[in-house]
Design a protein around this ligand. Structure first.
Ligand SMILES: [Zn+2]
Length: 260
């Protein structure tokens, strides 16, 4: 069985955002209160986090885990990375390092910002264990224990971003994006995706984020069994988005748990 938890369904500033507040989101609907985006996937043999939002402390508390086998990074924007320090509590309690997986350029940036927690960084021995970088490349599958992970390239954000297909399309996590490059789209089209998790930062297209029209267009091509929208900002009211989406698609909320 695979379990998926949306640990945070918000865009970069969360909802309510500081200082713009709730925007069009109904503050009386608890599903509109959103931590920064994160996904947890638990397969038969692996506990996997996708990104470490600045809200990771609250998210780890929500999950109540005593073990993490791997962290997969989509990219290095602060809202996807800056909770990384909270992993140190996990490594201390596990007694060994956590492997994280990112592209070469993303590892370089993570090393720069968090050298003190990287395995070969300048951290004092007494504070080990720490985090172990593993370089990945789009369309080169790797495994966490027996769980297969396929990294996928996405485009149109301010930097190249990485998505992940877990267990042969059982779960596909799409990162911040505007364009799905042809090779990635063809791969997803042929995959028979069970659960597709896509970002919807705002209903209308923004400078570096796909809007609902684009998301619907790609979902139509990929034809997943189910699609969950996450990474929503203050222009995405839960009920309003739910009304605009087809039957097999729904907006996420913090703590949404899906068992596959
Ligand atoms: Zn983001």
């Amino acid at each position: 069985m695979t379990k998926v938890v949306i640990t945070g369904s918000g865009a970069a500033y969360g909802v309510p955002s500081i200082p713009r507040g709730w925007g069009v989101c109904d503050p009386h609907n608890p599903k509109n209160r959103r931590l920064r985006a994160g996904v947890y996937v638990q397969t038969d043999d692996a506990h996997i986090l996708i990104d470490t939002a600045p809200d990771l402390h609250a998210q780890l508390e929500m999950l109540g885990l005593d073990r993490i086998d791997a962290v997969l990074y989509t990219h290095t924007h602060a809202d996807h990375l800056h909770g990384l320090d909270d992993l140190r509590g996990m490594t201390c309690c596990m007694g060994h390092s956590i492997n994280f997986y990112a592209t070469e350029e993303h590892i370089r940036e993570i090393r720069k910002r968090f050298s003190y927690v990287i395995a070969d960084g300048a951290m004092h021995k007494a504070r080990r264990p720490e985090l172990e970088p593993n370089e990945i490349c789009a369309m080169h599958e790797f495994r966490i224990h027996k769980t297969a992970i396929m990294p996928l390239a996405f485009a149109g954000h301010t930097m190249p971003t990485t998505g992940f297909s877990i267990s042969g399309g059982q779960v596909v996590v799409v990162p911040d994006f505007q364009i799905i490059p042809p090779q990635t789209l063809q791969y997803l089209q042929e995959l028979n995706v069970n659960l597709l998790i896509m970002p919807l930062t705002a209903v209308c297209q923004e400078a570096y984020h796909a809007g609902l029209e684009t998301v619907l267009h790609y979902a139509e091509i990929i034809q997943p069994k189910r699609c969950i929208l996450t990474h929503m900002g203050i222009k995405c009211d839960y009920e309003a988005v739910a009304k605009m989406t087809p039957e097999n698609m729904m907006p996420a909320y913090d703590g949404l748990t899906i068992e596959l």
